[in-house]
Design a protein around this ligand. Structure first.
Ligand code: ADP
Length: 579
């Protein structure tokens, strides 16, 4: 079913892609103009070349020079046209690709976190890079093939004028060759689809290989990882090989028919000359055109092939834009300033709907309170943070911010007012200053320094060779866990959000760093609503309130003293830590 080109759908996709060409279309028209000029030259040159050969063989030397000069002139014109055509098409391609990629990247950022959980990163990487690039190539490919087809129609027209029998012969050969080519393309399309899916998985795996290289080394699991990768790469390559074998078969038949037709061409030519229906001069002209007629076929079939690839790539790209993947949904209510009062009312949520992680969860947070969440790992604490920031949507119940259901709020009301500092915040491969400016692009140097002082980061930055302009390496690899968290705290402070959600690092930070982070949080207390996921009770015993989360619901809440006296699970947890 998908082996045929669905013309209607392809045209629709084409029209959508054309929109991205926007103001760059003028470059495409320029390219079209030069391509047409080159096409006309391609029709003209064989006629002159044939004349050249005839003049050479019959010794007409004065005309010979004139014809050779004309050919030279036309070839120079072709070169110049080619130069400008390349300039125009490259400009067009780059600009269109920019627009497509920018729009795709921003659409990708609108996808739900659930989609990112469920899909390999390769799904998005390949579509953003390879498929988008294919879309941008469409127009130059289209114009190029149109130029080719026009050239070839010109050539066929010329053959028709010179000799009708030869024209008929060329058409029959073309139909035969087209048949073989069509079969090859249909077969290729089937494979292409499978190979792209496999490549997508590989891209994801390769991205993980690069990102996880440190852990692979530390775990000494290069061998196991490679075994896995090799298996997948082999699968994709085997498919490619299978496709190549089939393609070779088609190539064999194609070349054989072509060679046979070359022979038959001469036989027919000689026969027509014998019958007096063709002159030697005209046979030479048609002979010069012969390779062109084959290239016509190549142009048509390649064009169909490219259209299929385009339709595949564009549907993959538009899938992201059109919502084959779930996009985040927000309400329309806007809160300029959030005070920081939260309430979870009978909240039930599961990553998989049938397996709730949070079960009828109820609690209330008042503005400017510092509240800690404690409990066994896997109890649902991080999930609570993700729900507050609306990275996921609750299945049942509701979460309110300042009394408004979070589902009714627009994106800015939530995300501009809440900062999450995760256990291992993502630090981009920018300078420290640029990493901070992500949350506030117009932040001044003074502002940056001020927040870094509160976050206890400034002194460390001052020890770096380029200070705030030091590059921190991909994923912040050149920073320690504690430094990354302090950078994230500084980011949050710069954003000036009222609500800060802090997921304390589980990894044991050295005492000094621990103290610095604690001081950073203490510096913020009272002015912000701070929620902390505590993995060490010692860091949160001074919080206004501690909520003990167990198996997705609140087991007990109160201050440290109260919990020690009234909650045996909390007391146990505290005592284990003292050991
Ligand atoms: P805590 O922060 O208390 O350690 P989490 O909220 O991280 O607990 O996890 C609660 C449960 O949800 C765990 O069983 C965990 O495996 C599961 N979980 C967490 N994140 C995801 C996710 N993105 N997809 C599926 N399950 C998840």
């Amino acid at each position: 079913m998908e082996e045929k080109v669905d013309l209607k759908n392809t045209f629709k996709l084409f029209k959508r892609t054309w929109k991205y060409a926007g103001s760059y279309r003028k470059y495409l028209f320029l390219y079209g103009f030069f391509s047409l000029l080159m096409a006309a030259i391609s029709v003209g040159v064989p006629i002159l070349s044939a004349q050249l050969m005839i003049n050479m063989t019959s010794g007409i030397l004065d005309k010979l020079l004139l014809v050779a000069g004309s050919i030279f002139g036309l070839e120079i014109l072709r070169n110049v046209s080619n130069y400008f055509a390349s300039l125009a098409i490259n400009k067009f391609r780059i600009e269109t690709l920019n627009d497509i990629q920018v729009s795709l990247a921003s659409e990708t950022l609108n996808l739900t976190v659930k989609e990112l959980d469920n899909n390999s990163s390769g799904v998005f990487i390949d579509r953003l890079s390879k498929d988008a690039s294919y879309l941008a190539d469409l127009f130059n490919m289209l114009t190029w093939y149109m130029g080719q087809v026009l050239t070839n129609i010109g050539v066929l027209g010329a053959i028709f004028i010179v000799n009708k029998y030869m024209f008929l012969f060329s058409i029959i050969v073309l139909i035969l060759l087209y048949w073989i080519e069509r079969a090859r393309i249909r077969n290729g399309y089937k494979y292409d689809k499978q190979i792209r899916k496999l490549n997508e998985n590989n891209s994801g795996l390769i991205a993980e290989l690069v990102r996880g290289m440190r852990d692979i080394k530390v775990l000494n699991s290069a061998h196991d990882f490679m075994t896995k990768i090799i298996g997948r790469i082999k699968e994709a390559n085997d498919k490619k090989y299978e496709m190549q074998i089939k393609r070779n078969g088609y190539n064999f038949w194609y070349s054989s028919v072509r060679d046979l037709s070359d022979l038959l061409f001469i036989v027919l030519g000689v026969y027509l000359i014998y019958l007096g229906k063709l002159s030697i001069e005209n046979l030479v002209v048609i002979y010069m055109y012969q390779p062109r007629t084959y290239s016509m076929l190549y142009s048509i079939t390649s064009f169909i092939e490219e259209l299929k690839k385009f339709s595949l790539s564009s549907s993959r790209v538009f899938e992201i834009i059109d919502g084959a993947f779930e996009k985040e949904k927000f309400g329309s209510k806007h809160l300029n300033k959030v005070n920081g009062n939260f309430e979870f009312k009978h909240v039930t949520f599961g990553y998989d709907e049938n397996m709730p992680v949070l079960n009828n969860l109820n609690f209330k947070i008042n503005a400017n309170e510092t509240v800690a969440f404690v409990g066994k790992s896997g109890g649902g604490k991080t999930t609570i943070f993700s729900l507050i920031d609306k990275l996921y949507t609750v299945d049942k119940g509701e979460i309110t911010i300042d009394g408004v259901n979070i589902n009714e709020l627009d994106k800015d009301s939530i995300r501009d007012n809440i900062s999450i500092i995760t256990q291992s915040p993502y630090i981009f491969n920018f300078t420290i200053k640029e990493n901070l400016k992500i949350t506030k692009s117009d932040a001044t140097d003074e502002e940056i320094e001020e927040v870094c002082k509160i976050a206890k980061l400034h002194d460390f930055v001052m020890t770096l060779p380029d200070g705030y302009d030091t590059l921190v390496g991909e994923g912040g690899l050149n920073l320690s866990g504690g430094q990354r968290q302090r950078l994230a705290i500084a980011r949050a402070l710069l954003k000036k959000t009222e609500i800060i959600l802090f997921d304390e690092a589980t990894s044991a930070l050295d005492n000094e760093t621990q103290k610095d982070i604690q001081t950073a949080i203490n510096n913020m207390k009272g002015e912000y609503t701070i929620l902390i996921i505590a993995h060490r009770l010692s860091t949160v015993i001074n919080s206004d309130r501690i909520i003990f989360i167990d198996n997705g619901h609140v087991l007990a809440e109160g201050n440290h003293k109260w919990l020690i006296e009234n909650c045996s699970e909390y007391k146990n947890l505290y005592e284990t830590e003292l050991i």
